[in-house]
Design a binder for this molecule. Structure first.
Ligand SMILES: [Zn+2]
Ligand SMILES: [Zn+2]
Length: 261
């Protein structure tokens, strides 16, 4: 089985510097914008959405530029969020778990460790809860009680050939997604690597729960992906620059095709 994968940019933050993106920056003040994506995997009659973005309220609170809602982002590639059955939440940070309401028919795939992290003692500590929106966490808990969360503990197969892998590091239970495509196995790394530069230079993103596990996560990404170009970082503007775009859609990158460079 081979799948197609798109990355759809739904938000951006242009006013950001390298000091916010690396634990050990060469130049703190250098401009380094960040993009926000949702991803969609299609093939064999299945549609799997990876992460749910954030809405207008969170964008305003956190100073990001929302380009479009999550539902509108998916509509760009012909996906109706209201009919999607499977959504992977890589982790519970606000920019990945914010718009679950856009998916009224979905089951949400989440690691046990991430739910424990998002609802337990770690949230007593401000630096760990800053990237969380309490309403998103409460929504996830409500979905547990409505039989709409599929918990995983480590590696899991969610469709033929598509696997989830627990890496942690950046959050308590961050998971990544491995997908077979025509060009080989692609890994949607989400925030296991915000930028290719984090993984290439072994320089962690500063928002980190466990540096050792983050570093091990880079190794896991490399082990699961067919090459460094098969690892898709979670927030890198280079994704849209390097990969072919869907015709007429400057914010949609085709990840099942090789990068142009
Ligand atoms: Zn994150
Ligand atoms: Zn993120």
């Amino acid at each position: 089985m081979e799948y197609e994968i798109v990355a759809i940019r739904y938000a951006t933050k242009q006013e950001r510097t390298a000091g916010s993106n690396f634990l050990f920056p060469d130049d703190h003040a250098a401009k380094m914008p960040i993009d926000y994506f949702v991803w969609a995997i299609t093939g064999g009659g299945r549609t799997i959405v990876v992460d749910t973005g954030f809405g207008a309220a969170a964008a305003a609170r956190r100073g990001s530029t929302l380009l479009r809602s999550t539902a509108a982002a998916l509509a760009l590639v012909g996906i109706d969020a209201a009919t999607v059955k499977d959504v992977v939440l890589t982790h519970m940070h606000y920019d990945h778990a914010g718009c679950m309401d856009a998916f009224p028919q979905a089951i949400f795939h989440l690691q046990d460790a991430e739910m424990s992290f998002a609802t337990g003692r770690c949230m007593c500590h401000k630096p760990l809860r800053i990237p969380m929106e309490v309403e998103d966490v409460v929504t996830a808990v409500r979905h547990v009680f409505a039989d709409r969360v599929r918990f995983h503990d480590g590696t899991a197969t969610i469709a033929p050939g598509i696997t989830l892998h627990l890496v942690g590091g950046h959050s308590g239970g961050l998971q990544i997604v491995r997908v077979p495509t025509a060009r080989g196995h692609v890994v949607l790394a989400s925030d296991a690597a915000h930028f290719w530069a984090n993984i290439r230079t072994r320089n962690p993103f500063p928002l980190v729960v466990d540096v050792a596990r983050m570093a091990e996560g880079w190794r896991i990404c490399e082990e699961l992906a067919d090459s460094p170009d098969h690892i898709i970082p979670g927030h890198d503007p280079l994704v849209l620059q390097r990969f072919p775009k869907m015709p007429g859609q400057p914010d949609v990158a085709l990840l099942h095709e090789p990068p142009a460079d």
